[in-house]
Design a protein around this ligand. Structure first.
Ligand code: HEC
Length: 119
């Protein structure tokens, strides 16, 4: 009986922690909702066509990436690529000059996919 109670407590704690972290998303969700397509949030923000709200939304999306594990590639590379992406999105959100260019580089689809996306 005690075991079952412990297990239940653990389960509830995990679910609780997950729910509390509202910005946590899987990589494929971030890709589909923020990166994919010519009219994506990333595209808008990286070409300077986004509103400040768009930039803040994108920043929120990319911030969930470092905690996720990509299907391929080493952890250090993933950390560095996602950190650069967050830094660039933050710079755009802060209205720093040249930040959209930075975001285009950091958000280079191919450069990241070739190392981390897998098949
Ligand atoms: C920092 C790294 C990184 C960058 C930059 C990046 N991606 Fe991705 N992308 C990934 C990873 C990793 C996956 C694999 C996710 C998985 O399978 O869990 C992925 C998967 C995808 C998928 C498939 C999602 C699905 O349905 O499973 C699409 C579409 C995609 N990316 C679009 C883009 C586009 C478009 C860009 C550029 C504008 C881009 N990504 C930039 C890392 C990145």
């Amino acid at each position: 009986m005690k075991k079952i109670v412990t297990l239940l407590t653990l389960t509830v704690t995990c679910v609780g922690l997950y729910a509390a972290d509202a910005t946590k998303r899987e990589i494929d969700v971030v890709m589909k909702e923020a990166m994919k397509g010519d009219t994506s949030l990333h595209k808008k923000v990286a070409t300077g066509k986004g509103t400040p709200e768009d930039a803040a939304k994108l920043l929120d999306y990319v911030k969930s990436l470092p905690a996720e594990s990509p299907p391929e590639g080493d952890a250090a590379s993933w950390k560095s690529k996602t950190a650069k992406l967050i830094e660039a999105a933050q710079a755009v959100a802060d209205g720093k000059p040249g930040a959209t260019q930075l975001l285009q580089t950091a958000g280079n689809c191919k450069a990241c996919h070739s190392e981390h996306k897998g098949k």
